[in-house]
Design a protein around this ligand. Structure first.
Ligand SMILES: [Zn+2]
Length: 199
């Protein structure tokens, strides 16, 4: 194993569960005082380029109705979507994968809603707005690099906000055109959020 054999191969060779091998490996690391760092593709920690359009959209989703869990053994970014809005669910998952392809992404279906989750502690690097407490009870200020992305891709950002905490309705009116009443329909977009900073 110290030569780099993956847990899976060792488990197959010895015919024991993979989890057992993982546990042995972590105990062995502990005994030798080694710390294991999970590999990451976090743009903040690796300095790599990332999809800023996907990020602008994801930032809107996160500020609207997303949240980050960051505890000792639990790290994830969660976006809650209405179960009927399947396009939105797919878009949320795609944006997570585009910003950080490495972490696992999963969907949890509950009554009427779907939680899209991506598991890594590095979402706190990408969303430094994460802090204890509710978003509307603390100041929300964008970092200069985030502001730059929002300025470059404002529509993607707004799209994320509307998708998470907004709605679209169709208004209509009638006008007389050439003596006949004619019906006109036009879309209206709403965004509601209790945080003054986010609004
Ligand atoms: Zn990071």
């Amino acid at each position: 194993m110290r030569q780099g054999a993956p847990n899976r191969l060792v488990a197959e060779h010895l015919n024991i569960p993979r989890g057992t091998v993982g546990w042995w490996r972590s105990e062995d690391r502990k005994a030798r005082g080694e710390r294991y760092e999970q590999p990451t593709d976090c743009p903040n920690c690796t300095g790599r380029e990332f999809d800023e359009i996907a990020y602008a959209y994801l930032l809107g989703l996160y500020l609207g109705d997303g949240h980050i869990v960051s505890k000792t053994k639990q790290h994830r970014l969660s976006i809650f979507c209405n179960a009927t809005q399947t396009g939105l669910i797919a878009a949320a998952e795609e944006a997570m994968r585009k910003v950080m392809p490495l972490p696992n992404v999963s969907q949890r279906h509950k009554t009427g809603c779907v939680e899209v989750k991506s598991y890594t502690r590095h979402w706190t690097c990408m969303f430094p707005q994460h802090n204890p407490g509710k978003k509307h009870e603390r100041p929300i200020v964008l970092e200069p690099w985030q502001q730059g992305i929002v300025d470059a891709h404002p529509w993607e950002f707004i799209r994320g906000l509307i998708h998470s905490d907004g709605c679209r309705i169709t208004n209509w009116t009638t006008r007389i055109v050439a003596g006949e009443p004619k019906r006109y329909e036009y879309p209206r977009y709403f965004f509601t959020n209790v945080s003054d900073d986010i609004r």
